[in-house]
Design a protein around this ligand. Structure first.
Ligand code: KE4
Length: 453
């Protein structure tokens, strides 16, 4: 029994599912999560000293890699001056300005402590600004775990195949309407059914929580036109895509300007953070400037802000070119492996966020994605984990490439993916795959093995 499995067994005694967030639980892929001791660049090192090329990247936040010198130094400097004051500090205004400078259309920003909090606040802003209550979200979209948005959600809700969540009263979701992603007609129909009642449409401009599903040409433009015509607001949830898919995020990349943006993850560089942003006119409705209340003890705290500012320092044009080069190399190698090993599946990618879907050849919405093979993904996941590659433990998640990945790691990932696909195809038992000597297998203890064919 490894130290990791012993420590996870202890975690199971004191935390639900042994985790602080459900997607980490391996429930979607089987087997036992690795207890991670530290991150270094593009690698995770578990408590037994085993190293993994990391494609979780703190679910997208670690775009610079783990423990990047520039980020660590900035955070260390900030920590020495105190952790949190509950007052205004210069850094939070600087971070707000950085976001404004990068994202065309953003005029003011409010910092909060998580993506969930940011989306929840953005919806409240839309409801307050329009005087309307209903909100449209999309099947498979995940916008954090606030009650009103935990309806047919993606990410962990989809991974765990939860119908939704218990504990969310019908009253809390009575104003939540659900449409199919990439289906503008479904949105129009909801506006027809609820004239004058819909405050906002909230959308991941590139869906990342049903796996990566790109917007079809014209989808976002149509949402922009429809919401404008119907007097509703368009909210882009860019917690994942913000400063990931381009220097200005998805709205800048795709040329569609929403009314409200939501950010998280990268703007904290791995420290807890969220933000929502909009025009001056809208944001001046937020207390204390206006009548819409939202607050937070640690909002804009100097440590998360230091993590965000130092990470954004690293995200210049060259960085995005590098991310694209590495991600395209991975995309091509994985696609070649799927084809050469005659595996039904495809790579769905936007910038440095991607998903390999197994069992399907295309995906435009949540129904398409659910026709895939999550069980097969689970077996493939463990084949890669055994070979030192740690994917996000769920078929409905995005993989993230960081600036700390390099060509050698990408090529090792492709080789491991190829071997694991071959293993899926050729072994129905737990025999060692021909290409790897027994000694090279990373973990032989049964409880660390994922489900076998
Ligand atoms: P947080 O509250 O977890 O910071 O952000 C919620 C959120 C909101 N919007 C989008 C588009 C998101 O992707 C997220 C969070 N993403 C998941 C990963 N799919 C976080 C991982 C987890 O839940 O542990």
């Amino acid at each position: 029994m490894t130290l990791s499995s012993r420590q996870f067994a202890q975690a199971l005694q004191v935390m639900p599912g042994g985790v602080s967030s459900p997607v980490r639980s391996f429930k979607g892929v089987g087997g036992t999560p690795r207890v991670i001791a530290r991150g270094a660049g593009a690698e995770l090192i578990d408590v037994d000293g085993l190293r993994y090329i990391d494609y979780i990247g703190s679910w997208g936040a670690a775009i610079a890699g783990h423990a990047h010198g520039h980020v660590v130094e900035a955070v260390e400097r900030a920590v020495r001056d105190g952790l949190s004051f509950g007052t205004t500090t210069a850094g939070e205004a600087e971070l707000a300005q950085r976001i404004i400078d990068r994202v065309p259309g953003v005029e003011m920003v409010r910092l909060v402590n998580s993506g969930t909090e940011a989306v929840m606040s953005a919806v409240r802003l839309a409801r307050g600004a329009t005087g309307r209550s209903k909100v449209i979200k999309f099947e498979g979209g995940y916008h954090g775990h606030s009650d009103a948005l935990l309806v047919r959600a993606g990410s962990g809700v989809a991974t765990l195949a939860l119908p939704d969540s218990q504990g969310v009263p019908a009253s809390a979701i009575a104003d939540t309407l659900v449409a199919r992603y990439n289906d503008p007609a479904a949105v129009e129909a909801l506006f027809d059914q609820h004239p004058g009642a819909i405050a906002a449409v909230v959308v991941e401009p590139v869906a990342g929580n049903m796996g990566v599903v790109a917007p079809q040409p014209g989808f976002l433009q149509t949402l922009r036109e429809t919401t404008h015509r119907r007097g509703a607001l368009l909210i882009f949830d860019e917690v994942m895509t913000g400063f990931r898919v381009s220097r200005g995020g998805a709205s800048a990349l795709l040329g569609v300007v929403p009314d409200i943006w939501v950010f998280g993850k990268i703007i904290g560089g791995g420290l807890p953070i969220g933000a929502y942003a909009a025009s001056r006119r809208l944001m001046k409705l937020i207390a204390p400037a206006g009548p819409i209340y939202q607050a937070g003890t640690f909002s804009g705290n100097p440590i998360s802000v230091a993590g965000g500012l130092s990470t954004l320092d690293l995200l210049d044009d060259a960085a995005y070119l590098r991310l694209e080069s590495l991600s395209e190399r991975l995309h091509r190698g994985l696609a070649d492996a799927l084809r050469e090993i005659d595996t039904t599946g495809f790579v769905s990618r936007v910038g440095s966020m991607l998903t390999v879907f197994l069992g399907i050849q295309h995906a435009q919405n949540y129904d398409d994605v659910r026709a895939g093979s999550p069980d097969e993904f689970g077996r493939w996941f463990h084949g890669l984990l055994d070979r030192g590659v740690h994917l996000p433990p769920g078929a409905f998640e995005s993989w993230f490439v960081s600036l700390a990945h390099d060509e050698s790691m990408i090529d090792r990932t492709i080789a491991a993916a190829r071997e694991s696909l071959l293993e899926l195809r050729t072994t129905a038992t737990s025999a060692q795959p021909a290409s790897l000597p027994a000694s090279a297998r990373r973990c032989t203890s049964p409880q660390l093995q994922g489900p076998r064919l």
